[in-house]
Design a binder for this molecule. Structure first.
Ligand SMILES: [Zn+2]
Length: 425
């Protein structure tokens, strides 16, 4: 396995350009979708030499991928080992077909991610993510744990009761979990006289939800965990389509890019690369993917990147937490708000048990926000707290609608794997 992460920025770029050349040749030969795209746009792949040349190639949107899903498949069906699907929180789920080499690539990715997150052979991980339901991340983490020479306790998203039972039984060094699930673990521990400090767990590799604000300070969710449990939290950024995870190191300065696996561009509205520290849409080109490789795929995720050297010695670019989704910008009183900022504000009110954000267009084409909330505690007090926190953090005054938890569940699409937190009308 190449170790490119510690080389200079210039060496990393040259390395990526060699890999890009191979990737383009592969697409030209094997990808029905990209063959057509090259032909229609008169693109000679041998003229794409430097990373800067990529702008000559049209980007691929989620809709392109979804509408022509199997035109992206580059191998005969007999070479497919696993069919994963995207979570479908936005739009229709998309299928990703993976070959044996693609599974090895996932293992390499998570092996490096765990190494980045201070883990080593001999560690034990309690894996609180599902390995079934065509979910890629659970499987990827399992493969990475195996490659690391560590052990997995595959509890999946089981009840807090069972998680604590297994923590007592197997004494894991680390957990892999969704941050809001860690809050549920802590609530259960508190209610049942379990002291989390006695667990022996040192680290949590967190997926699915951000732990940092855009300036990399801990967000409300991270603070709520840290206030009750002294463990090191590592954030990650990943998506099923890109088949790649970016993982934070102990220096907490963004999620590290793994140059062996993917090329990252961060693009503004006009499709130009933004400068370090500026927000844009993460656009990726996978490297080494055999089944369904992607070229200049627009993820819809809005991030910025940092490229100054990191204390860990890696010279790779780091991505910020996702501040929002491109198609989920809320226009509110002349400013743009992304849903995660609302989620972050609401997570600082412990009486909120569950919620759903509804965004409606008013007559003037502006967005109005309705919050459907299930809560415990004094209604007036909770209402006051919510209004205060939203006003102070975001200058947003939404309409509040208090409902039962059961009612909230009924508002969500039943088949979705991740709970839907926002609806646009
Ligand atoms: Zn680092």
């Amino acid at each position: 396995m190449t170790n490119i992460e510690n080389q200079s920025g210039e060496q990393i770029k040259l390395y990526q350009e060699q890999r890009l050349k191979k990737q383009l040749e592969y697409l030209q030969l094997h990808s029905p979708y990209y063959k057509r795209l090259f032909q229609e746009n008169k693109i000679a792949v041998d003229k794409i030499v430097q990373l800067e040349d990529l702008v000559q190639i049209p980007t691929t949107s989620k809709t392109n991928f979804s509408n022509h899903n199997f035109d992206f498949l580059c191998v005969p069906k007999s070479k497919v080992i696993d069919y994963a699907i995207t979570s479908g929180t936005t739009g229709n789920p998309v299928t990703i077909a993976l070959t044996e080499n693609d599974l090895q690539r996932l293992a390499d990715n998570e092996y490096r991610s765990f190494t980045c997150a201070d883990s080593k052979a001999g560690d034990t991980f309690q894996l609180m993510l599902t390995l079934d339901k065509q979910f890629m991340a659970g499987m990827a983490y399992f493969l990475g744990i195996r490659k690391l020479g560590a052990a997995a306790v595959r509890t999946g998203p089981a009840s807090p009761h069972m998680q604590w039972q297994n923590i007592r039984r197997f004494r894991p060094d680390a957990i892999v979990a969704v941050p809001s699930f860690i809050i549920k673990l802590l609530d259960y521990a508190e209610a049942n006289g379990i002291n989390p400090a006695d667990s022996g767990i040192e680290r949590a590799i967190c997926i699915g939800e951000p732990l940092r604000n855009a300036d990399l300070s801990p967000n409300t969710l991270a603070n709520r965990i840290s206030a009750r449990w002294n463990i090191q939290l590592f954030s990650t950024y990943a998506s099923t389509e890109m088949q790649t995870a970016f993982t934070e190191c102990e220096y907490v300065c963004g999620n590290h890019h793994q140059p062996e696996l993917i090329i990252v561009e961060v693009l503004d509205e006009e499709g130009n690369q933004v400068k370090a520290g500026e927000f844009g849409e993460v656009t990726v080109t996978t490297l080494g993917v055999e089944g369904m490789p992607l070229l200049r795929y627009r993820t819809g995720d809005i991030c910025c990147y940092y490229n100054e050297p990191c204390g860990c010695g890696r010279n790779t670019l780091r991505l910020s937490p996702v501040v929002g989704r491109k198609n989920q910008m809320i226009k509110y009183n002349g400013t743009t708000i992304f849903p995660p900022a609302i989620y972050d504000a609401l997570s600082s009110v412990p009486e909120i048990k569950d919620y759903m954000v509804e965004v409606l267009k008013n007559d003037l084409g502006n967005d109005e926000i309705v919050l459907h909330i299930s809560q415990s505690g004094d209604l007036d007090l909770v209402e006051e707290r919510i209004m205060h926190v939203l006003q102070a953090k975001l200058r947003v005054l939404p309409v509040l609608n208090f409902v039962s938890g059961h009612h909230l569940q009924s508002m969500r699409p039943a088949e979705s794997r991740k709970p839907v937190m926002i609806i646009f009308r």
